[in-house]
Ligand binder design. Structure first.
Ligand SMILES: *Cc1c(COP(=O)(O)O)cnc(C)c1O
Length: 491
């Protein structure tokens, strides 16, 4: 299967090239030229596969024809092993008769980014080899918190790679910050940026766009690539868990094979939910994809009205990984719905110029035919955490709670009682202070220990010793000067 860019569908590249490049040369995102079909028989066959690893190889093979079955099998074993604290990798937890949580935070950084970023280094290094690339790669990441740590964990000490992570100085939780600034590895760099996530992301995009800098790095036998969810190699591993969760629900007898399930997804850059959309396109019986936002509800408005407008106040919330006003992956959805690169280019130009665009009636109807949307502020998020803990003894993190509350609202507004899966994107311990407050306690000096006591749950191993680790990276930079950091690091 070939891939092309959302801004130019005349060029075709292999999967390995798409993954090696990250962003297409014309500034667009790579998408597969067709979507492979998983029939009901194939879904049944997949359900019979007993491990997550086998299911992952089964789905990924459909998109990666230039990779052998042996390669993929080695990758999935390496990516999803002892580094996860649950053998199921992405277990489903049932809350009540019609509601389940898909827990995507059992990996080394306790957030869902591990599902993709434990896999990406394998896909990327193999892709570079297939492309005959002789230069080494430096991964450049702008993070709202969780991507940075997950990418650092994925790439730490991977031969012939370096990784440089920028995070917004006041836009990540204390635990997220500690996780990053204490990162081990000889090939890693971490730096704070004065500004919010969009500033960091814009800065990284500017570095990618600097051709003179690229040729200088090339002279040094280096080039830049991305681990942000604009890379197809990030999106693909995420398609797997939608299938896996569905298979588990069928196996438990909660749904009949072929019957629809709704998924509600806490959304920021639109990567996670877009993977769900691909799963649906492939034939997974997904009812509605419900896009959940916090107060940064630009996507709620877009899905309801067809107008994307980032000209609004940026809110710093207790679900910081969703504090985003420009959702990069939406471009992939727009392209898939119209297949017209000129139209997509027009929207993206308008976004850049005016911070706003309105899609055609056709695209708006197509979006609304598959997606619903809602949002939830911090107060209601905390209320949902307390309520679910009180009534079910189940503890949600702040992002998952946004999704759960949006599902409750959706059910009340529509009466839709289709079984639903809440995509749970972080361990509650990762946002311990806010989760504690939601439970009515005041966070003190050691929120992890306090939450552990309040909820009678063990602190996940990767977080338990954070405070004892040495801080390796204390620098910060103005957003205009990010390139200098990379320049000094990549030598
Ligand atoms: C990244 C992240 C999200 C948002 O996912 P997108 O793919 O960017 O939409 C939600 N919750 C958590 C905990 C995250 O780390």
């Amino acid at each position: 299967m070939k891939y092309y860019s959302t801004r130019d569908n005349s060029m075709r590249v292999d999967a390995a090239q798409a993954i090696a490049c990250g962003l297409a040369p014309d500034g667009g995102l790579f998408v597969p030229e067709c979507v492979p079909e998983i029939t009901e028989d194939a879904l049944h066959a997949m359900r019979m596969l007993s491990t997550y690893q086998e299911r992952a190889a089964y789905i990924m093979k459909r998109y990666l024809e230039d990779f052998t079955a042996e390669e993929l099998s080695a990758f999935v074993q390496a990516a999803y092993g002892e580094n996860f604290d649950d053998a199921a990798i992405a277990p489903v937890h049932d809350l009540d008769a019609g509601t389940s949580f898909l827990e995507l935070w059992h990996g080394p950084t306790c957030a869902f980014k591990d599902m993709a970023l434990q896999m990406l280094p394998h896909l990327l290094t193999a892709s570079l080899k297939k492309c005959g690339e002789k230069r080494r790669v430096c991964i450049l990441v702008a993070t709202s918190g969780d991507t940075g740590k997950a990418a650092l964990e994925g790439f730490a000490d991977v031969p012939n790679t370096k990784i440089c992570v920028f995070y917004p100085k006041n836009g990540v939780s204390e635990i997220q910050r500690l996780q990053m600034v204490t990162q081990r590895g000889k090939n890693v760099q971490v730096c704070a940026v004065a500004g919010n996530f969009d500033d960091a992301q814009t800065g990284v995009k500017a570095i990618f766009g600097d051709e003179a800098f690229a040729s200088e790095l090339s002279r040094r036998k280096w080039f830049l690539s991305s681990a942000n969810s604009i890379n197809w190699g990030r999106l693909l591993p995420q398609i797997v868990y939608y299938f896996s969760a569905y298979c588990d629900l069928v196996s438990e007898g909660r749904v009949a094979l072929g019957a629809p399930v709704n998924f509600v997804v806490p959304t920021g850059n639109f990567g996670n939910i877009l993977a769900g959309w691909y799963a649906r396109q492939m034939g997974l019986p997904v009812g509605r994809l419900i896009c959940a936002s916090n107060e940064n509800n630009v996507l709620t408005d877009f899905i309801r009205t067809g107008v994307y407008d980032r000209n609004r106040t940026f809110h710093t919330t207790i679900s910081p990984s969703m504090d985003i006003l420009i959702s990069s992956n939406l471009e992939r959805l727009l392209f898939m719905l119209c297949k017209d690169p000129a139209q997509v280019r027009g929207y993206m130009d308008e976004l850049k110029r005016n911070g706003r665009y309105a899609v055609s009636d056709e695209i708006r109807s197509a979006v609304q035919a598959e997606f619903s949307a809602g949002f939830c502020d911090d107060a209601r998020t905390k209320d949902a955490i307390a309520r679910v803990f009180r009534e079910h003894g189940y503890l949600m993190d702040t992002h998952t709670a946004v999704a759960y509350q949006v599902l409750c609202d959706y059910r009340e507004q529509t009466g839709d009682q289709t079984p639903a899966v809440v995509v749970s994107t972080a361990s509650p311990f990762k946002f311990a202070a806010d989760v504690l407050e939601a439970l009515g306690a005041k966070a003190g000096a050691d929120p992890l220990a306090e939450l552990s006591k309040a909820a009678a749950l063990p602190v996940p191993r990767p977080l338990a010793h954070l405070h004892n680790l040495k801080v390796r990276f204390s620098g910060s930079v103005e957003k205009e000067k990010m390139e200098q950091i990379v320049d000094r690091f990549v030598r």
